[in-house]
Design a protein around this ligand. Sequence first.
Ligand code: IMP
Length: 499
Amino acid sequence: MAKVLPEPSRTFGEYLLIPNLTTRDCIVANVDLKTPLVRFKKGEEPALSLNIPMVSAIMQSVTDDKMAIALAKNGGCGFIYGSQSIEDQAEMVRRVKKYKAGFVVSDSNLTPENTLKDVLALLAKTGHSTMAVTEDGTSHGKLLGIVTSRDYRISRDSEDKKVKDFMTKFDDLVVGHKDMTLKEANDLIWEKKLNSLPIIDDEQKLVNMVFRKDYASDKEYASALLDEEKRYVVGAGINSRDYAQRVPALVEAGVDVVCIDSSEGFSEWQYDTIKWIRDNYGDSVRVGAGNVVDREGFRYLAEAGADFIKIGIGGGSICITREAKGIGRGQASAVMEVAQARDEYFEETGIYVPICSDGGIVHDYHITLALAMGADFVMLGRYFARFDESPSAKVKTSKGYMKEYWGEGSNRARNWARYDLGGKKELSFEEGVDSYVPYAGRLDDGVAITLHKIKSTMCNCGSKNLKHFYENARLTLVSAVSIKEGSAHDVVLKDEFNQ
Ligand code: IMP
């Protein structure tokens, strides 16, 4: 006989936190948001932690290499989307692992045989007046010289003049070595009054350029999430179909953690995927799994060996799974039940398996509620899609600037591996929509405000770290009437008054 769970399915907007005593040392500056990313044994440190409890969604419109770098700078982790070829995804991972802040790959390159006409055409195309001259005209060829706008006069020089006849030759250049730190490169730029510094390797091949104009933006990111070699930490989505090919390519590219990306993860395919990874890599490859919404799903994946488990079915902003298939659960109910299952599992086995609340975060305070309810971190799609650093287009509409945001189960992404259950390898019906989200500027600025709000609420609740916050959180359900009381009411807003 069908069973009906005694409690209704509830979501974040139905709860509020009740403050606890705030002690004098409980101020925003003292709050630590560090949280485990992968499983660990009682008394041990996790092999990977996050410095802020935020990861970006495994989606075409959310996480490419640019997003992963921007988020890792701020202490979180991007999961590069898997609905692309193995080679392209591995290349994105490689770009994150190779990225050094302030060291850019030269995008304007010439050979000595090019002409002034080519220089002007390149300038028009890239807008960059500093060009590297390499033997083969590529960004990593042997460096032979540099051309800047000070090397030619359009009014006097013939357009046929060869680059080799007016470039600043290698012997007259100040160059840096690839082992230099950014600080050393910048010091050299200031000392020698340069605008740019080419960085070369032992064979005189061009590795990167460092520009004086980038100095101000290359600020230090105190919370950056780095691996042991000081490279940014990056994740990637995998599926339960081509893992035997995809995982080795991602590992070879340097990925730190992978995650099986599925709309419903309580399945034997996820078990097989995790087992294959353990058989081939032991614990050296870290793998998240999901999504689940209850204790049974959590148990199954925890026992299969998942390093973290994602929660959430049908709550995503672009998601129509509940309408299409009638499965899912309110995100708050799902998080609280799974958090309890995680704690019981820890009690029984001494193994802590972190959980991630995925989807359905509308307001910043929903992140805080998810953490209070026991999520170790949250995965966000809509939130990150709004920023400059997401891969999608920024478009001007009658309602202001928007960024495009589409679901992995929409016709646009056609990520059949995420939705198709062992069938024909195609998306039989849509489970997601194609949409716009209001443009929100730079990720650094948006994340800083969100984190400040989370920390500030934690202080109201008397907590300086996430463990204490969860263990001491007191939540209350809100009635429809009290929700109305929560926003401005019974006043005429001046903005509306003046319209
Ligand atoms: P959001 O943060 O509310 O926008 O939700 C993002 C989450 O929605 C992702 O991390 C996925 O778990 C989920 N998701 C992504 N694409 C789709 C889709 O097309 N249908 C249903 N869920 C999706």
